[in-house]
Design a protein around this ligand. Structure first.
Ligand code: CP
Ligand code: NVA
Length: 313
């Protein structure tokens, strides 16, 4: 990794992602270890969570350490106390901080003032742990990453940004279909395109979901209204009405295409009722893999890796 923190996929070098995936595959087989004995992770969350909180807590436990969860009401980041002071104080107690914040800038301030590594557990701009676990899931299901085509249909949000950057890093062709006004950020698109030049990936942006999904190996979607955007949900439901993943749209993808969703899902909105329970859906494998990938990440960041490094190819 480039520095001590993982705030963005951009904090990883091109060789980091394959290494993390190979370590996660090994750790998934290995189960429990004591490699992070007595190490402590603080989970500082401004928004609700099921997967991220539980997978980080279990990951630390399985590595011999433990996690302390601090809810939005307890910490009051930037309200009860400045973000810089929270970072300084936590650095005296714990070995790493995983934070879920409304503003990505809050994470940057935490990382600037913390002496210990800070991990982005979701911000308004990125969700890197989700994207890394998703690549692990794709690799497990497809046996490769490079050369695959991934179609993301929906909002150009935090999940889309990290997935686009991670796909571009590993050579996955990334297509995104979003309505006008809900596209990915230009600066991150430009960054992804620069990664794609090196990896051989291609990035395609369209407003047509059918164009994106045609012959794709992976079809991916996320909620139309993310946490913190609830006031816009009616407007968003209208803007995204053409972007639902249903049987008809999915039938345009490769016959053996997998359907992905980071969860939580709004059944009947971005995904048709029942489709996440179909054989093509790997949404629950994605949820499980959050834990395995984060074990590899934590072991690496906190210096407790006991398994030999291996290239995943
Ligand atoms: N996918 C994901 O991050 O889920 P949670 O919001 O439940 O953590
Ligand atoms: N885009 C969603 C992802 C949740 C895991 C959100 O930010 O709410």
């Amino acid at each position: 990794m480039k520095g001590k923190d993982l705030l963005s996929i951009a904090d990883l070098n091109s060789e980091d992602i394959p290494l993390l995936i190979s370590r996660a595959v090994e750790m998934k087989n290995e189960g429990w270890t004591t490699s992070l004995s007595e190490k402590v992770l603080a989970l500082v969350f401004e928004k609700p969570s099921l997967r991220t909180r539980v997978s980080f807590e279990i990951a630390m436990r399985q590595l011999g350490g433990y996690a302390i969860y601090l809810s939005p009401a307890e910490v009051g980041l930037g309200k009860r106390e400045s973000v810089a002071d929270v970072a300084r104080v936590l650095s005296r107690y714990v070995n790493a901080i995983a934070a879920r914040t409304f503003s990505h800038q809050t994470l940057e301030v935490l990382a600037r003032y913390a002496d210990v590594p800070v991990i982005n557990a979701l911000s308004d701009i990125e969700h890197p742990c989700q994207a890394l676990a998703d690549l692990l899931t794709i690799y497990e299901k497809k046996g490769e990453l490079e050369g695959l085509t991934l179609a993301y249909v929906g909002d150009g949000n935090n999940v889309a940004h990290s997935l686009m950057l991670a796909s571009a890093r590993v050579g996955i062709r990334f297509r995104i279909a979003s309505p006008i006004g809900y596209k990915v950020r230009d600066d991150l698109l430009e960054l992804a395109r620069s990664y794609a030049m090196d990896s051989g990936a291609e990035i395609m942006c369209t407003e047509d979901p059918r164009q994106a999904v045609r012959e794709a190996d992976v079809v991916y979607t996320d909620v139309w209204t993310s946490m913190g955007q609830e006031a816009e949900s009616e407007k968003r439901r209208k803007a995204f009405a053409r972007y639902q993943i249903n049987g008809e749209l999915l039938s345009l993808a490769e016959e053996d295409a997998i359907l992905m969703h980071p969860l939580p899902a709004h059944h009947g909105e971005e995904v048709a009722e029942g489709i996440l329970n179909s054989p093509q859906s790997v949404a629950f494998d994605q949820a499980e893999n959050r834990m395995h990938l984060q074990k590899a990440l934590l072991a690496d960041m906190l210096g407790g890796l006991e398994i030999p490094l291996m290239n995943y190819e």
